[in-house]
Design a binder for this molecule. Sequence first.
Ligand code: BV8
Length: 245
Amino acid sequence: MRALAARLAGSPRITVVTGAGVSAASGVPTFRGAGGLWKSHRPEELATPEAFDRDPLLVWEWYAWRRELVAKARPNRAHEVLAAWSRRYPEFRLVTQNVDGLHERAGTQNVTRFHGSLRTLACHRRCAGSSPDGWEHEGPLSELPPRCPHCGGIARPGVVWFGEPIPAEALRAAAQAVNCDVFLTVGTSAVVYPAAGLLLEAAARGAFTVEINPDATPATRGVDLALAGPAEEVLDRVERTLPGE
Ligand code: BV8
């Protein structure tokens, strides 16, 4: 912890990439872990445009269940520490693969949503009347699949599925964020690209790289510092060793 705290001294440029592991302590299941979301389904069955075209209701039942689960979840200590850092360090940027909105709910500034958001819907046909970025819909959905208010066609979840491009704005923000002094990969299995490639890009630009994860991942061997443990505990301990804490 002290090695990381030392690197955070001063006002370094800090970039954090997070995955489902940071929300585990909030009761949101991870994708590939023991109680993972993918256990009952394979990613190809649910998180692809083809799956949605084949069975929009099945995909929507999964996303509606996740929306309700996330609506009841609260940010945990990992989210709180990262939110505090986003206020303390002028050049702090967070890129999240998570679609649960918990970083924003914890008050984190400068969040880049790399895979979209569960709260966003978009017109499946991308009709002329609707924004390509979709619209926010809080609370339960009155019907499944939900409808586009502009064309009456079916709406889709405003998330990035496998085989779909990362939104241009998110890619642009991430391309900036890899120019940093300290890069942390927190709570991700580091298997989904291009998110998992950000670590390599930051290292190539001279960043000190850190992984926080209770388990080893394909990233573990390549980082400068691997802190094995749950994010909510490790980040809490780092925060407590920082000056002024
Ligand atoms: C694209 C949808 C191109 C939203 C998701 C190389 C380059 C580019 C692409 C590829 C490539 N190789 C392969 C690809 C294709 C593909 C891909 O990466 N496939 C993988 C499986 C091999 N990538 C794509 O398709 C991407 N698109 O590249 O498009 C393109 C360009 C132009 C035009 C057309 C196309 C799109 C990827 C996005 C896919 N969408 N989800 C949703 O439903 O949520 S991915 C899904 O996995 C989630 O979004 C999630 O965010 C993501 C990553 O999972 P993790 O967050 O890491 O979660 P996981 O459960 O895996 O791991 C949790 C970790 O936490 C574990 O390590 C565990 O140990 C740890 N943990 C547990 N408890 C804790 C903890 N850690 C800390 N604290 C704890 N308490």
